[in-house]
Design a binder for this molecule. Structure first.
Ligand SMILES: [Fe+2]
Ligand SMILES: [Fe+2]
Length: 407
């Protein structure tokens, strides 16, 4: 039997494993012949792949167990990446196994984007800067929030605004217009005909989603000039988008109302790292190089070197930009959600980050899978059995939006 991507699935195959949606509802039992309607239902409910009987051909994914050599290599890589996580804990064990399966299926045999960065000695006077103090005393000039985001939030908050008014604001930013039309025409939405008007796109996608996407994408676009040897921005954007999507799906799974806020939180959770890469390029190079050489977690190395980590820097930026407090909460505590004032949404972003790092979808510079906050996990109460469906649904959404990130 073999796993087949739903997009490539042809009618007539026999289902080898039952298919359930994200809430566990049975969509089709094993042993049934798959018809055209079933494929449509799988796509509607976000099932990204199914397992069918018979030998693999063409677009079907290889069974990792059929190639023990690759499987062994992937397991070794995964063990390195999980060295800061407790592999004896059931949820980490589960994520580890799903990561191995995903990496085999996507041929991610080696560790992600290993760039060798030389450490440069920085004069002790500069090295000893109390970065946090400087940041708090506003001695570091942070970038301004793009004006289109402000205008968009204002027009969306006005109950008298129509799709036409919102479209007028979007139209003033050519890059946002192009992006919005790309999004609405992507396979993620799957509308049958091409949409070429922004007002039409606003009506179809919904204002809240538009403002979330506009906020996330326009903020991340400020940082496109970060030196390539520090971080590959395409990889950073992949990590951010995947965390946004996983956060949104986890929020829906927990019946957490504000799924769009969770999407934006996931999208922007590592924003502080971009500030470090852009404004403190030399220090960042050294932090990255030290974490690689000493096999340490990047955010711990940041704390040692600068006195604070990227989560605190990101929070400072959100405060300056007067973004909703829930975003500050989720960004500041995404590595320690049990300390957050609102732990559940922060835990959702924390878990999304762990899963995305384990699957190796892009990277924000961190090489390892961050450790799980056990107290926060206990309070989240998410059934382990939902992980396969969450990963299937989120990766399916990610791949249908990934092309938007390409330069
Ligand atoms: Fe982070
Ligand atoms: Fe992250």
């Amino acid at each position: 039997m073999f796993a087949v991507l739903t997009d490539k699935l042809k009618p007539g195959k026999i289902l080898a494993q039952e298919v359930r949606d994200i809430s566990g509802r049975l969509l089709l039992a094993r042993g049934n012949e798959i018809g055209v309607n079933h494929i449509r239902i799988f796509k509607t409910w976000g099932v990204s792949e199914v397992t069918v009987e018979g030998p693999a051909r063409g677009n079907e994914k290889p069974d990792p167990e059929s190639n023990p050599e690759i499987l062994e290599q992937v397991i070794e890589t995964a063990k390195t990446l999980f060295q800061h996580a407790d592999l004896d804990h059931p949820v980490i064990k589960k994520i580890f196994n799903l990561s191995v399966q995903f990496r085999c299926e996507h041929n991610l045999v080696d560790t992600v984007g290993e760039v060798h960065i030389e450490e440069h000695e920085i004069a002790p006077r500069d090295r000893k800067i109390n970065f946090k103090k400087k940041l708090e005393q506003k001695k570091i000039i942070l970038p301004e929030i793009p004006s289109v985001v402000f205008e968009l939030n204002e027009v969306i908050a006005n109950p008298l605004s129509s799709a036409y008014h919102i479209a007028q604001v979007v139209n003033r930013s050519p890059s946002l217009t192009v992006l919005l039309l790309k999004i609405v025409n992507s396979s993620f939405y799957g509308f049958p005909s091409k949409i070429d008007k922004v007002s039409h796109a606003v009506t179809l996608i919904g204002t809240r989603e538009i403002s979330g996407l506009a906020l996330g994408i326009s903020i991340l676009s400020i940082f496109k000039n970060i030196p390539k040897e520090i971080i590959d921005m395409y990889s950073f954007l992949k990590h951010s988008l995947a965390c946004g999507i996983f956060s949104r799906i986890l929020a829906a799974q927990k019946n957490f109302g504000q799924t769009e806020q969770l999407f934006v939180s996931g999208l922007l959770h590592d924003l502080g790292r971009l500030i470090l890469y852009l404004y403190f390029a030399d220090e960042s190079r050294n932090i990255l190089s030290r974490s690689r050489n000493n096999n340490r977690l990047l955010h711990e190395e940041e704390k040692d070197y600068l006195g604070c980590d990227h989560a605190q820097v990101g929070k400072q930026l959100m405060e300056q930009w007067k973004l909703p407090l829930i975003l500050e909460n989720n960004v500041l505590y995404h590595h320690k959600p049990s300390e957050a004032q609102q732990p559940i949404p922060a835990t959702i972003v924390h878990l999304a980050d762990i899963i995305v790092n384990s699957l190796g979808i892009g990277s924000s510079g961190e090489k390892f899978v961050p450790p799980l906050d056990l107290e926060a996990w206990e309070n989240l109460q998410l059934p382990l059995s939902s992980f396969e469906t969450i990963i299937g649904q989120a990766t399916h959404q990610f791949y249908s939006l990934e092309s938007l990130l390409q330069p």
